[in-house]
Design a binder for this molecule. Structure first.
Ligand SMILES: [Fe+2]
Length: 257
Protein backbone atom coordinates (compact mmCIF):
# COMPACT_ATOMS: atom_id res chain seq x y z
CA UNK A 1 0.00 0.00 0.00
CA UNK A 2 1.13 3.50 -0.65
CA UNK A 3 -0.73 6.72 -0.12
CA UNK A 4 -0.17 10.40 -0.39
CA UNK A 5 -2.80 11.94 1.80
CA UNK A 6 -3.48 15.60 2.32
CA UNK A 7 -5.25 17.38 5.08
CA UNK A 8 -6.83 20.68 4.24
CA UNK A 9 -4.77 23.56 5.62
CA UNK A 10 -6.92 25.88 7.69
CA UNK A 11 -7.98 29.08 5.98
CA UNK A 12 -6.56 31.30 8.67
CA UNK A 13 -3.20 29.56 8.33
CA UNK A 14 -2.91 29.67 4.58
CA UNK A 15 0.33 31.54 4.64
CA UNK A 16 2.10 29.52 7.25
CA UNK A 17 4.36 26.82 6.00
CA UNK A 18 4.40 24.99 9.32
CA UNK A 19 0.68 24.17 9.07
CA UNK A 20 1.21 21.78 6.21
CA UNK A 21 -0.43 18.43 6.71
CA UNK A 22 1.21 16.26 4.14
CA UNK A 23 1.32 12.64 5.10
CA UNK A 24 2.69 9.63 3.40
CA UNK A 25 1.45 6.35 4.79
CA UNK A 26 3.23 3.13 4.05
CA UNK A 27 6.10 2.50 1.74
CA UNK A 28 6.73 4.80 -1.18
CA UNK A 29 8.86 3.85 -4.10
CA UNK A 30 12.23 5.49 -4.30
CA UNK A 31 11.83 8.97 -5.65
CA UNK A 32 13.69 10.70 -8.39
CA UNK A 33 14.80 13.18 -5.78
CA UNK A 34 16.10 10.27 -3.66
CA UNK A 35 14.41 11.64 -0.57
CA UNK A 36 12.73 9.56 2.12
CA UNK A 37 8.94 9.92 1.99
CA UNK A 38 8.70 12.21 4.99
CA UNK A 39 11.45 14.50 3.78
CA UNK A 40 9.92 14.54 0.33
CA UNK A 41 6.54 15.61 1.71
CA UNK A 42 8.14 18.42 3.67
CA UNK A 43 10.51 19.47 0.91
CA UNK A 44 10.16 22.92 -0.61
CA UNK A 45 8.03 22.78 -3.74
CA UNK A 46 10.98 23.93 -5.81
CA UNK A 47 12.82 20.74 -4.80
CA UNK A 48 9.79 18.42 -5.07
CA UNK A 49 10.67 16.55 -8.23
CA UNK A 50 9.06 13.83 -10.27
CA UNK A 51 8.91 10.57 -8.32
CA UNK A 52 8.99 7.15 -9.89
CA UNK A 53 5.62 5.45 -10.00
CA UNK A 54 5.05 2.99 -7.13
CA UNK A 55 4.49 0.26 -9.77
CA UNK A 56 5.57 -0.51 -13.31
CA UNK A 57 4.04 1.25 -16.31
CA UNK A 58 2.28 -1.97 -17.31
CA UNK A 59 0.99 -2.76 -13.82
CA UNK A 60 -2.47 -1.25 -14.33
CA UNK A 61 -3.25 -3.21 -17.49
CA UNK A 62 -5.85 -3.74 -18.82
CA UNK A 63 -7.65 -0.84 -17.11
CA UNK A 64 -4.95 1.65 -18.12
CA UNK A 65 -2.61 0.65 -20.90
CA UNK A 66 1.16 0.75 -20.63
CA UNK A 67 1.76 3.42 -23.27
CA UNK A 68 -0.75 5.77 -21.69
CA UNK A 69 0.88 5.36 -18.29
CA UNK A 70 4.35 5.93 -19.70
CA UNK A 71 3.41 9.09 -21.61
CA UNK A 72 1.19 10.39 -18.83
CA UNK A 73 3.91 10.08 -16.20
CA UNK A 74 7.14 10.71 -18.10
CA UNK A 75 5.89 13.51 -20.33
CA UNK A 76 2.70 15.13 -19.01
CA UNK A 77 3.47 14.91 -15.31
CA UNK A 78 7.12 15.73 -15.91
CA UNK A 79 6.10 18.84 -17.82
CA UNK A 80 3.99 20.07 -14.90
CA UNK A 81 6.96 19.59 -12.59
CA UNK A 82 9.39 21.40 -14.87
CA UNK A 83 6.99 24.26 -15.56
CA UNK A 84 6.31 24.70 -11.85
CA UNK A 85 10.00 24.80 -11.02
CA UNK A 86 10.66 27.38 -13.70
CA UNK A 87 7.76 29.53 -12.49
CA UNK A 88 9.03 29.44 -8.89
CA UNK A 89 12.46 30.80 -9.82
CA UNK A 90 12.80 34.24 -8.31
CA UNK A 91 9.87 33.68 -5.93
CA UNK A 92 11.63 32.42 -2.82
CA UNK A 93 8.61 32.70 -0.54
CA UNK A 94 6.43 30.51 -2.70
CA UNK A 95 9.31 28.19 -3.58
CA UNK A 96 9.98 27.48 0.10
CA UNK A 97 6.47 26.15 0.73
CA UNK A 98 5.78 22.45 0.46
CA UNK A 99 3.91 21.35 -2.64
CA UNK A 100 0.82 20.80 -0.51
CA UNK A 101 1.01 24.17 1.24
CA UNK A 102 1.52 25.87 -2.09
CA UNK A 103 -1.89 24.71 -3.31
CA UNK A 104 -3.81 26.80 -0.80
CA UNK A 105 -1.92 30.06 -1.39
CA UNK A 106 -2.08 30.18 -5.19
CA UNK A 107 -5.20 32.34 -4.98
CA UNK A 108 -3.19 35.01 -3.16
CA UNK A 109 -0.50 35.28 -5.86
CA UNK A 110 -0.94 38.80 -7.21
CA UNK A 111 0.70 38.39 -10.62
CA UNK A 112 -2.10 36.94 -12.80
CA UNK A 113 0.33 35.18 -15.12
CA UNK A 114 2.22 33.53 -12.25
CA UNK A 115 -1.03 32.59 -10.56
CA UNK A 116 -2.28 30.87 -13.71
CA UNK A 117 1.02 29.09 -14.25
CA UNK A 118 1.08 27.77 -10.68
CA UNK A 119 -2.59 26.85 -10.81
CA UNK A 120 -1.94 24.72 -13.88
CA UNK A 121 1.46 23.29 -13.00
CA UNK A 122 1.77 23.13 -9.20
CA UNK A 123 -1.81 21.88 -9.34
CA UNK A 124 -0.92 19.41 -12.06
CA UNK A 125 2.08 18.17 -10.07
CA UNK A 126 0.13 17.59 -6.85
CA UNK A 127 -2.86 16.07 -8.63
CA UNK A 128 -0.82 13.54 -10.56
CA UNK A 129 1.34 12.48 -7.62
CA UNK A 130 -1.84 11.91 -5.64
CA UNK A 131 -3.43 10.04 -8.56
CA UNK A 132 -0.52 7.60 -8.96
CA UNK A 133 -0.64 6.81 -5.27
CA UNK A 134 -4.33 5.98 -5.02
CA UNK A 135 -3.99 3.37 -7.77
CA UNK A 136 -2.51 -0.12 -7.59
CA UNK A 137 -2.40 -3.28 -9.71
CA UNK A 138 -5.87 -4.86 -9.99
CA UNK A 139 -5.04 -7.86 -7.82
CA UNK A 140 -4.32 -5.47 -4.94
CA UNK A 141 -7.31 -3.15 -5.33
CA UNK A 142 -9.19 -4.51 -2.31
CA UNK A 143 -12.16 -2.76 -0.80
CA UNK A 144 -12.83 0.23 1.47
CA UNK A 145 -11.92 -0.10 5.13
CA UNK A 146 -14.65 -0.31 7.73
CA UNK A 147 -14.85 3.42 8.51
CA UNK A 148 -14.78 4.53 4.88
CA UNK A 149 -17.22 1.79 3.87
CA UNK A 150 -19.65 2.93 6.53
CA UNK A 151 -19.27 6.56 5.51
CA UNK A 152 -19.89 5.71 1.84
CA UNK A 153 -23.01 3.78 2.80
CA UNK A 154 -24.29 6.52 5.08
CA UNK A 155 -23.58 9.30 2.59
CA UNK A 156 -24.54 7.78 -0.73
CA UNK A 157 -26.66 4.75 0.19
CA UNK A 158 -24.08 2.19 -0.91
CA UNK A 159 -21.02 1.61 -3.06
CA UNK A 160 -22.91 1.39 -6.34
CA UNK A 161 -24.72 4.64 -5.64
CA UNK A 162 -21.39 6.28 -4.76
CA UNK A 163 -19.83 5.04 -8.00
CA UNK A 164 -22.74 6.45 -9.97
CA UNK A 165 -22.34 9.86 -8.32
CA UNK A 166 -18.59 9.82 -8.91
CA UNK A 167 -19.00 8.75 -12.54
CA UNK A 168 -21.55 11.51 -13.07
CA UNK A 169 -19.09 14.06 -11.73
CA UNK A 170 -16.41 12.84 -14.13
CA UNK A 171 -18.74 12.55 -17.11
CA UNK A 172 -20.20 15.96 -16.38
CA UNK A 173 -16.86 17.72 -16.28
CA UNK A 174 -16.79 19.45 -19.67
CA UNK A 175 -13.38 19.38 -21.28
CA UNK A 176 -10.42 18.55 -19.05
CA UNK A 177 -10.42 18.13 -15.31
CA UNK A 178 -10.83 15.85 -12.35
CA UNK A 179 -13.55 14.17 -10.30
CA UNK A 180 -12.91 13.94 -6.57
CA UNK A 181 -14.13 12.32 -3.39
CA UNK A 182 -13.32 14.76 -0.61
CA UNK A 183 -13.79 15.02 3.12
CA UNK A 184 -15.32 18.36 4.00
CA UNK A 185 -16.34 19.16 7.58
CA UNK A 186 -15.93 15.47 8.37
CA UNK A 187 -18.37 14.40 5.63
CA UNK A 188 -17.82 12.75 2.26
CA UNK A 189 -18.63 14.76 -0.84
CA UNK A 190 -18.21 14.19 -4.59
CA UNK A 191 -16.93 17.19 -6.53
CA UNK A 192 -15.12 17.99 -9.75
CA UNK A 193 -12.67 20.67 -10.85
CA UNK A 194 -11.63 22.00 -14.26
CA UNK A 195 -8.15 21.74 -15.72
CA UNK A 196 -5.59 21.17 -12.91
CA UNK A 197 -7.55 22.85 -10.12
CA UNK A 198 -8.10 20.74 -7.00
CA UNK A 199 -10.15 20.94 -3.78
CA UNK A 200 -7.11 22.22 -1.85
CA UNK A 201 -7.13 25.48 -3.81
CA UNK A 202 -9.04 27.69 -1.45
CA UNK A 203 -10.03 30.98 -3.01
CA UNK A 204 -10.01 29.41 -6.47
CA UNK A 205 -12.54 26.60 -6.37
CA UNK A 206 -15.98 27.33 -4.86
CA UNK A 207 -15.80 27.27 -1.08
CA UNK A 208 -18.37 24.47 -0.78
CA UNK A 209 -16.16 22.29 -2.99
CA UNK A 210 -12.97 22.69 -1.00
CA UNK A 211 -11.84 19.88 1.27
CA UNK A 212 -9.38 17.04 1.64
CA UNK A 213 -9.15 14.83 -1.44
CA UNK A 214 -9.12 11.11 -0.66
CA UNK A 215 -9.85 9.82 -4.19
CA UNK A 216 -9.54 11.47 -7.57
CA UNK A 217 -9.63 10.53 -11.23
CA UNK A 218 -7.94 12.36 -14.06
CA UNK A 219 -10.48 12.82 -16.86
CA UNK A 220 -8.16 14.69 -19.21
CA UNK A 221 -8.11 12.93 -22.58
CA UNK A 222 -4.37 12.30 -22.11
CA UNK A 223 -5.35 9.89 -19.30
CA UNK A 224 -7.33 7.55 -21.53
CA UNK A 225 -7.50 8.55 -25.21
CA UNK A 226 -4.93 6.08 -26.64
CA UNK A 227 -6.98 3.10 -25.49
CA UNK A 228 -10.49 4.44 -24.98
CA UNK A 229 -10.58 7.29 -27.54
CA UNK A 230 -13.70 9.33 -26.67
CA UNK A 231 -15.17 6.72 -24.31
CA UNK A 232 -14.52 8.46 -21.01
CA UNK A 233 -17.25 6.42 -19.33
CA UNK A 234 -15.59 3.13 -20.24
CA UNK A 235 -12.29 4.39 -18.82
CA UNK A 236 -13.97 5.44 -15.60
CA UNK A 237 -15.75 2.07 -15.31
CA UNK A 238 -12.48 0.15 -15.78
CA UNK A 239 -10.59 2.47 -13.44
CA UNK A 240 -12.39 1.12 -10.36
CA UNK A 241 -10.38 -2.11 -10.83
CA UNK A 242 -7.14 -0.28 -10.04
CA UNK A 243 -8.25 1.92 -7.15
CA UNK A 244 -6.04 1.27 -4.12
CA UNK A 245 -8.74 1.13 -1.47
CA UNK A 246 -6.19 0.64 1.30
CA UNK A 247 -4.60 3.98 0.40
CA UNK A 248 -7.94 5.72 -0.02
CA UNK A 249 -9.11 4.36 3.32
CA UNK A 250 -5.90 5.52 4.99
CA UNK A 251 -6.46 9.00 3.56
CA UNK A 252 -10.03 8.96 4.85
CA UNK A 253 -8.92 7.89 8.32
CA UNK A 254 -6.31 10.65 8.32
CA UNK A 255 -8.77 13.29 7.15
CA UNK A 256 -11.35 12.54 9.85
CA UNK A 257 -8.93 11.94 12.71
FE1 LIG B 1 -3.14 13.84 -16.35
Amino acid sequence: MSAMCARMPLMENQNTCDRRHFMKIGALAATAAALPAGARAAAPAAEHGLADLPYAYDALEPSIDTKTMEIHHSRHHAAYVNNMKSALEGHAGLASLSLLALQSVISSVEDPSLQTTLRNNAGGHWNHEFFWNIMTPPDRSGSPGDALGTAIHDTFGGMEEFKKAFAAAGAGRFGSGWAWLIVRDGKLKVTSTPNQDNPLMTGIVPEEETGTPILGIDVWEHAYYLHYQNRRGDYMDAWWNVVDWASVSACYDSAVS
